[in-house]
Design a protein around this ligand. Structure first.
Ligand code: UD1
Length: 344
């Protein structure tokens, strides 16, 4: 049973779902319904080639406890009904921890894809979700050596396996030459995304970010998650003349516009890595990252506390070979092999 619910999970589950099919393993695909807007859910699922879910729990948005509780109840019912041999859960969202808790309490073998990431910032809901999920799960599928080291430090080595990063599998399956640019992506431009509560929810902080984007000397296309769009509206914040607020893009178009841009400005985890793999400089509006490999050579810079220098940081010149810290794009096979080895 593959459990997904939020945008980054559709991207990660795509290659794994296909690898399960290739291995002849029956899959129940469960969508918790955490994300439900077409641009956050169905459009992404179609774009990454994830098949239609067998079940959508339709939990929608709510406070963390209420949202997670509805998922827990729905997933528990499904596990009791369908009796899977294993449950796979992805990343660090509320859907992730709900799947891990429901499954392990029912003694169903549980595997966590993208295990071992740490920001060491306990104010992030994702950090609490990933620590809890790692300690609950039976099999920890780590994307990097550093993730393996974090799991080791928490006494979890004997449940951990290094698989490489499944987001590389997803990325290399897209042929960027076949993807059409949106018509606004012309000339020199930057791409930005902002959705972390620490950046969106406080009007003063969000206002400072918008002003800093306004200092950048080229157009900034801000692809707005519904959380950001909501807060911009609620706080009535002015949008600088060079900043264009746009709808989120499907996965392949997002890769295309990032790859052709002057640079990415983001607080997303996955996008930091995608920019790094694509060779696009990334400026991260946070003070820590779960992906420190991207900081090598200045390909990524943490600028959460350096908004006043943002305009100069986004045009720095990164140096050096990026190497291959996230693997070769063969993680999905490794994940399926590891899971199958434990349940057969
Ligand atoms: C969630 C994940 C985050 C991940 C992000 C990817 C958690 C704790 N966080 O954050 O790790 O990086 O997904 O996008 O699980 N909303 C809509 N339509 C939607 C979904 C959300 O309008 O389809 C709005 C609602 O106002 C909602 C808010 O966005 O309250 C936040 O959504 P939620 O799923 O709670 O968390 P994300 O911020 O999306």
């Amino acid at each position: 049973m593959n459990v997904v619910g939020a945008r980054p999970q559709f991207i990660k589950a795509g290659p794994v779902s296909r690898a399960l099919q290739r291995a002849g393993i029956d899959e129940t695909l469960v969508h918790t319904g955490q994300h439900y807007d077409d641009l956050m859910s169905d459009a992404i699922m179609r774009d990454v080639g994830l098949r239609d879910p067998d079940v959508n729990l339709g939990v929608g948005s709510d406070r963390h406890g209420a949202q997670t509780a509805r998922m827990l109840e729905g997933i528990e019912d499904l596990i009791l009904d369908r009796r899977p041999d294993a449950v796979l859960t992805y990343g660090d969202t509320n859907s992730t921890v709900a799947a891990a808790l429901a499954a392990t309490k029912l003694h169903v073998f549980t595997a966590h894809v993208e295990a071992g990431l740490r920001s060491f910032n306990r104010e992030m809901p994702e950090e609490l979700n990933r620590v809890a999920t790692d300690h609950l799960s039976d099999l920890l599928l780590a994307p990097t050596e550093l993730a393996m080291a974090h799991l080791g430090n928490e006494g979890l080595s004997d449940r951990s396996t290094l698989t490489g990063d499944v987001m590389v599998d997803a990325l290399i399956s897209v042929n960027l030459d076949d993807v059409a640019q949106p018509e606004w992506a012309r000339g020199e431009y930057h791409v930005a995304t902002i959705h972390r509560p620490s950046n969106t929810d406080d009007p003063e902080r969000l206002g400072s970010i918008m002003s800093a984007l306004g200092e950048i000397g080229s157009p900034v296309h801000l692809l707005a998650h519904p959380r950001l769009a909501g807060y911009l509206d609620r706080h009535q914040l002015p949008v600088p003349a060079n900043v264009f607020v746009r709808d989120p893009l499907p996965y392949s178009k997002m890769l295309k516009v990032v790859s052709d841009s002057e640079g990415l400005i983001t607080d997303s985890g996955g996008l930091q890595k995608e920019a790094f793999i694509l060779g696009t400089r990334c400026t991260t509006l946070r003070d820590e990252t779960e992906w420190p490999e991207t900081l090598e050579g200045g390909w990524n810079v943490l600028a959460g506390s350096e908004l006043s220098r943002l305009a100069e940081l986004v045009i720095r010149m990164p140096e050096g070979d990026r190497g291959n810290p996230y693997g070769e794009g063969k993680a999905a096979e490794a994940i399926v092999e590891a899971v199958a080895g434990h349940i057969s």
